[in-house]
Design a protein around this ligand. Structure first.
Ligand SMILES: Cc1cc2nc3c(=O)[nH]c(=O)nc-3n(C[C@H](O)[C@H](O)[C@H](O)COP(=O)(O)O)c2cc1C
Length: 180
């Protein structure tokens, strides 16, 4: 069985999770930009950072799989909002549904991890986007604020790190179950 960890990371938090998972499992981790032929692998673990609900590099990468039925595919999203919040999980999953085929969505096992952000490091475009989202979130009545809105307001302009490598255990357990 050939396995690969593929990550989509802009600022490095997702890459850190991918490298740690690689260390724990001895499975090679590479950026989605460097994947040569995804069809060479039986087990694919995709770790992708969330950007406005989109999972960085995911649809582009998974689209290249010719036959998904003979593959084990695990997906982990990395975002700022609380990944244990039910509403947040539902929002992320609904968004994923729109980014991949229905067949693939039914087959993949999905996990949610928490990343971090350093505003001093963001690109101009990302800073501008976050400013707009922050202004919108801040003006919402409290009862309308989602976990994502709250995370955005609490962390706006700061450097925060919610990386927790122990949250990778759910993925290693899943891999053990499928005898990767
Ligand atoms: C422009 C922008 C949009 C983002 N959108 C989301 C989002 O929709 N949901 C979320 O939970 N986090 C969101 N985040 C936070 C990132 O997912 C988080 O910082 C993540 O750790 C980034 O991963 P990376 O360091 O691997 O790029 C956003 C961050 C930026 C800069």
């Amino acid at each position: 069985m050939k396995s690969i960890i593929i990550y989509g990371s802009q600022y490095g938090t997702t890459e850190m999770y991918a490298k740690e998972l690689s260390k724990k499992t001895n499975i090679q981790a590479i950026s989605f930009n460097d994947v040569k032929d995804i069809n060479n692998y039986d087990t694919i673990i995709y770790l992708g950072a969330l950007y406005a609900g989109g999972v960085l590099g995911m649809s582009k990468t998974l689209k290249k799989i010719n036959n998904i039925t003979d593959k084990k595919i695990i997906l982990a999203t990395i975002g700022l909002a609380d990944p244990t919040d039910e509403e947040n999980i539902n929002n992320i999953r609904n968004s994923i549904k729109g980014q991949i085929s229905e067949e693939l969505f039914k087959q993949i096992k999905i996990f949610h991890l928490r990343g971090g952000i350093d505003y001093s490091n963001l690109s101009f475009i990302h800073k501008t986007m976050m400013n707009l989202v922050y202004k919108h979130a801040k003006n919402l009545p409290d009862e309308k604020k989602t976990a994502e809105d709250k995370a955005m307001i609490d962390t706006y302009g700061k450097k925060v790190d919610f990386i927790d490598f122990s949250s990778l255990d759910s993925i290693t357990d899943e891999l053990t179950k499928c005898n990767y």
